[in-house]
Structures are given as structure tokens and as C-alpha cells.
Design a protein around this ligand. Structure first.
Ligand code: NOJ
Length: 532
């Protein structure tokens, strides 16, 4: 595949977190018709690839990531007709649609799990991972959940523990059972036949577990009351995730996707760039999301490292999918300091992402410069993280569409999460009417990415510059530079200024004493020069 071109090589993605995007039926919960309603917003922004989070029937223990039927639509979100309509309307606007496939786990309510409970000797039992209690009656090994606590729950009816790398309501499937593979072939084809353009694979790094479910080496003391990240980091994850046999599953799915010219992007959540790169080898996933950006401070060396390392390890075949914000982490403007400074830094950071090789995605509301919404304790919904720093509610508050009740998200006063304390100037309608808004800036960035072929195909060359606060690289004739410091930087312009994160830079265009043209690049801003 090296050297060949696919439609996703030119894509700019947009992620819709469905419960919070737009509610059209007044139940306070976003729905598929709400996405259709706002497709023109996406078309105007200029994105051409839409990822919609799960809409399958679900008890909503993890807001759709606990699937009870992979081939249907939860009535809260719509029905299959609503889905087909969304797909047709998106395609009519030149926007492809990928859907979230959640293969690591089902809901406890899925008929497979219910059948496994009802008949422990029957065929569905082996769809999941069951083990007898250890000698002390405790869990069979020392694994801990991504969400904190042990990965094992004792099922009184069967006397065995079942494995769940996430919530107890999300039992893990046994991907060493060929019947599970067959089931998912059917599921993939069900949606591909409906015309979707691919899948985002949830928790792609976790599907296969060690055949003997051996305990992980423990690095430090594990406290069941510690923050979930600390619990996770108490172990070396050699047996629970990233097992090499997972590649065969991705290859099988790529074979199916090839028949439909469909795209496979993994939620490849591993922060070691080498292991991230390994996941993308062997003709499996076409791309993988890199989550390094979610972990860094606003600091030049960290930015260079988190942008460069995944590219260095991903190889030439698969793409790095870039996200600065998501449904699972505080939004980038919040992480980078909050307020206007955080917003400016986030836009500069996203500008860097959009100028790199790979596939950039925006998370809903990012184009409005949104910081995390405010969620009072009594309104919290996320089952993960009891305290506000760990909860995912803040990045999930509803999209503010226009001034007025619920900021146009819903006709209901009782929305599943509160409005987050947005203001009128946060809303899409106000920002779209202005040429000086975050929406206008993000739109110009998306369009810049889309019209510059070198940003999609030219080789990347990192540039060393004098100031430690500069992140700079070249893509063909384009030089991209971000001033990560606070002080303004004088930059010689050897060519044409083709993109800036702030219009002030253009006004500052002036000849230097030596006769060369310079601009003053303020702190936390970026520019792109087409060199001659
Ligand atoms: C990753 C998803 O992004 C997250 O929201 C979800 O809770 C977990 N996978 C479990 O499915």
C-alpha cells in the first residue's frame, strides 16, 4: 500500500460525541437527527470526515460504549432510517462517515452475555473471559481496570469471575474464540452494506489478552483508592493489552474494508511511541489515534517530542490520527491554561497538528474555542472519576448552538448534562456571523490544510532554531513555526506568509534594518511561510 493514495489521505475529521451534539426529540439527549440538522455547520467548517460515537441500543452505563446490540439504533438516538438519512445527507455534502465499533466489550445486557449467564455450559459462555476464583477466593490475576479497581467481577450465579478492562457493566469479549471473530465480520458487513465509510475501533489495543491471563509485573504499590491513572501505572502492562495476535484481527477487518474502500482507524491508546508504532504495523489499521498531546504541558520540548515521536515510529504505511481534544480528556484550551490564553495556545497547537503528515481531527466545540464546561457536583454523570479532575463530564457538556435556552442544544430544560456555563459568544451562530471568531479561525485552518497539497504529502523535516521556545518544521516549500514562549519573536520572512494564527502578525509586517522582511510573532502564536 505504500505510495498508493486513498480518500482518507485527504481527509480532515470531526468527532461528534452524540449525547451532547444536538437533541431534536426533546429528551435532553443528543440524537442522529441532530447531527443531520447541523451538517451544514460541518460543511461550512470544511471537514470531510465525520466520526459519530456509538448510537447502538445501550443501557448507557458508559453512554453508549456498553453495546447491547451492534446492528440497531437506540431509540434515544433514532432508528435505522434516521441513520440512513444522516448518511445520505452527509454524503450529499461530500462528508464521509465512520462509526464507532466497540469490540473489546459488550454491555452486560447484550444477549450474548445474558446467554452466557443463563447457560454456563453453552456456546456463549466462551464469548467472554471467565475464570475460577484464586486460591484465596479473590480475583484470578492482578489486572486493574482503565477506570480504576480490579478488572474482575464475581458472578454469583456461575461462581466465576468475568473480566472487564473498563466498567463491570462492560464485560470483555474473548477474541481468541473464532465465533466472536465471525460475529464481528457480520457486524462490519452490516454497516458497510448500509454505506458507511469505515470504523473507529474503540480500545483497539486491548482486544486480545494473554492466553493464560498471567498477572502483570507490579512496579509499585497499588492502592484501590488512588486515581485511576495511578492505579494503572502501578503495573507494567505486558499481558493485558497490546498482544501481537491483535494484528491478525485488524488484518482480517482491513480485508473486509478493502471490498468497500472503507477506512479503519484505531483508538490506539498507548503512550509509548514505540508500542504505538508497533500497533500500526502489518497491514492492519489504516491509522491510529495518538494520545500524547493530551498529556503534555505548554512547553516547546514536550510539544516537539509528542509531535515527532509517533511519526518516527508509525512507519510509512499507516497514518497518525491527531486529536488535541476528545470526549475523554479535558479540552485543549483548558489543559493549556484556560481562558483566552488557553484558547490561543490550543489553536496554535492544532495549527501544528494540521500541518503535520497524518489525519487531523477536531472534537465538537473545538472550532468554537470551548474550554471545559462547568458541571456542578449534583449534575455529574460520568461513572468514572468521582472528583471533578478525573470526571469526563467537563469536556462533554452540550454544544452551544445559539443564544437562548440550553443554548439551542435541546428544547428540554432537563438535559443529560448541564449547559456548562456557556455564554452567547461561545455559540456557533454568534461565531459563524463574525469574521473575528474562533470558528472563523478554525475554518481558515481547515481550508488551509485542504488546499495545500504539501501539507498532506510532503516529507517532514524538523528545523532547529535558535530559541528554545520555538517549534518549527518544514513540509516541502512550507515552513511552519510556533512561538511557544511568552515574548514576541522576530521572524525573518524568506517568502510569502500564507497562514497565521492571529491577524496582528500581518499588520506587523515590516522591513528590518538589514532590508530583509520580518514579522513579529507574538507568544503562543504560529505562522506558515511559503519559502522561495
Ligand atoms: C474509549 C472511549 O473513548 C471512552 O469514552 C470509553 O469509555 C472507553 N473507550 C470504553 O469503551
Amino acid at each position: 500500500m505504500t505510495g498508493s493514495t486513498h480518500w482518507w489521505h485527504d481527509a480532515v475529521g470531526y468527532m461528534v460525541y452524540l449525547p451532547s451534539f444536538a437533541d431534536t426529540d426533546g429528551d435532553g439527549f443528543g440524537d442522529l437527527a441532530g447531527v443531520t440538522l447541523h451538517l451544514d455547520h460541518l460543511a461550512d467548517l470544511g471537514v470531510n470526515l465525520l466520526w459519530v460515537t456509538p448510537f447502538y441500543p445501550s443501557p448507557m452505563a458508559d453512554f453508549g460504549y456498553d453495546v447491547a446490540d451492534y446492528c440497531a439504533v437506540d431509540p434515544r438516538f433514532g432508528d435505522l432510517d434516521t441513520f440512513d438519512h444522516l448518511l445520505a445527507e452527509a454524503h450529499a455534502r461530500g462528508i464521509r462517515v465512520i462509526i464507532d465499533l466497540v469490540p473489546n466489550h459488550t454491555s452486560r445486557q447484550h444477549p450474548w452475555f445474558q446467554a452466557a449467564l443463563a447457560d454456563p455450559g453453552g456456546p456463549y459462555h466462551d464469548y467472554y473471559l471467565w475464570r475460577d476464583p484464586a486460591a484465596d477466593s479473590g480475583p484470578p490475576n492482578n489486572w486493574v481496570s482503565f477506570f480504576g479497581g480490579r478488572t474482575w467481577t464475581l458472578e454469583p450465579g456461575t461462581g466465576q469471575y468475568y473480566l472487564h478492562l473498563f466498567l463491570a457493566e462492560q464485560p470483555d469479549l474473548n477474541w481468541r474464540n473464532p465465533a466472536v471473530l465471525d460475529e464481528f465480520d457480520t457486524i462490519l458487513r452490516f454497516w458497510l452494506e448500509r454505506g458507511i465509510d469505515g470504523f473507529r475501533i474503540d480500545a483497539a489495543q486491548t482486544l486480545i489478552k494473554d492466553a493464560d491471563l498471567r498477572s502483570n509485573p507490579q512496579i509499585r504499590r497499588w492502592e484501590s483508592t488512588a486515581a485511576r491513572g495511578e492505579q494503572w501505572d502501578s503495573f507494567e502492562h505486558v499481558h493485558d493489552i497490546l498482544q501481537p495476535e491483535t494484528h491478525a484481527i485488524f488484518q482480517r477487518w482491513q480485508g473486509i474494508c478493502q471490498e468497500y474502500d472503507a477506512f479503519l482507524v484505531g483508538e490506539t491508546y498507548v503512550l509509548d511511541p514505540q508500542r504505538f508504532g508497533d500497533l500500526l504495523q502489518d497491514e492492519g489499521l489504516h491509522a491510529g489515534f495518538w494520545f500524547g498531546p493530551m498529556q503534555i504541558q505548554w512547553q516547546a520540548a514536550q510539544i516537539r517530542q509528542t509531535l515527532g515521536a509517533p511519526l518516527a515510529h508509525a512507519g510509512t504505511r499507516a497514518r497518525v490520527a491527531w486529536l488535541a481534544s476528545s470526549q475523554d480528556e479535558p479540552r485543549a484550551p483548558t489543559r493549556f491554561g484556560g481562558g483566552e490564553l488557553g484558547r490561543r495556545r490550543a489553536f496554535t497547537f492544532v495549527t501544528l497538528l494540521f500541518c503535520l503528515p497524518g489525519l487531523p481531527f477536531l472534537y465538537q466545540g473545538e472550532e468554537l474555542g470551548l474550554v471545559d464546561g462547568i458541571v456542578p457536583p449534583e449534575c455529574r454523570a460520568d461513572p468514572v472519576g468521582a472528583d471533578v479532575t478525573l470526571s469526563r463530564d467537563g469536556c462533554r457538556t452540550p454544544m452551544p448552538w445559539r443564544p437562548g435556552p440550553a443554548f439551542g442544544f435541546s428544547d428540554s430544560e432537563d438535559t443529560w448534562l448541564p449547559d456548562g456555563g456557556r455564554t452567547d459568544s461561545d455559540t456557533a451562530s454568534v461565531q459563524r456571523a463574525s469574521t473575528d471568531s474562533w470558528f472563523a479561525r478554525y475554518r481558515s485552518l481547515v481550508r488551509f490544510r485542504s488546499r495545500e497539497p504539501e501539507l498532506r504529502s510532503a516529507a517532514l523535516e524538523w528545523l532547529s532554531v535558535d530559541s528554545g521556545n520555538v517549534v518549527a518544521f518544514r513540509r516541502g516549500t512550507l515552513v511552519i513555526m510556533a512561538n511557544v514562549g511568552d515574548d514576541p519573536l522576530e521572524v525573518p520572512i524568506d517568502g510569502e506568509l500564507v497562514f497565521t494564527t492571529t491577524p496582528l502578525i500581518v499588520d506587523a509586517h515590516r522591513p528590518s534594518s538589514a532590508g530583509a522582511t520580518h514579522v513579529v510573532l507574538p507568544g503562543s502564536e504560529a505562522l506558515v511561510i511559503r519559502t522561495t
